[in-house]
Design a protein. Structure first.
Length: 104
């Protein structure tokens, strides 16, 4: 027997599962985490606490560009991964609830 909350989730996910898979809005799930990680990387990199890395970045200016590109790639990866992961978790929960509903 399903609870009211589980029945509501089934209704919600039936109506929104395809739009959640394709929508641009799904990217908003992981974006705050990704930006936090990116800021932490940049603060760590430019703080100068590691003297050898600081000397290397000052001697070769193109490394800043490489670091910025890497940070952008990290942000995109974390954002997309978390969005797809959240969708997969909801889809798995939905299928488990349907299987339980069919058994009853």
């Amino acid at each position: 027997m399903l609870t009211e909350e589980e029945k509501e989730f089934i209704k919600y996910w039936e109506a929104n599962r395809l739009s959640r898979k394709k929508g641009f809005r799904k990217l908003s799930f992981g974006l705050p985490v990704a930006v936090t990680v990116a800021i932490a990387i940049l603060v760590n990199f430019f703080s100068g606490w590691y003297k050898k890395a600081d000397m290397e970045i000052r001697s070769n200016g193109s490394l800043v560009l490489v670091v910025l590109i890497a940070v952008i790639i990290i942000v995109v990866f974390i954002t997309l991964f978390s969005a797809y992961h959240k969708w997969d978790i909801n889809e798995q929960h939905y299928r488990e609830l349907l299987a339980r509903k069919d058994e009853a």
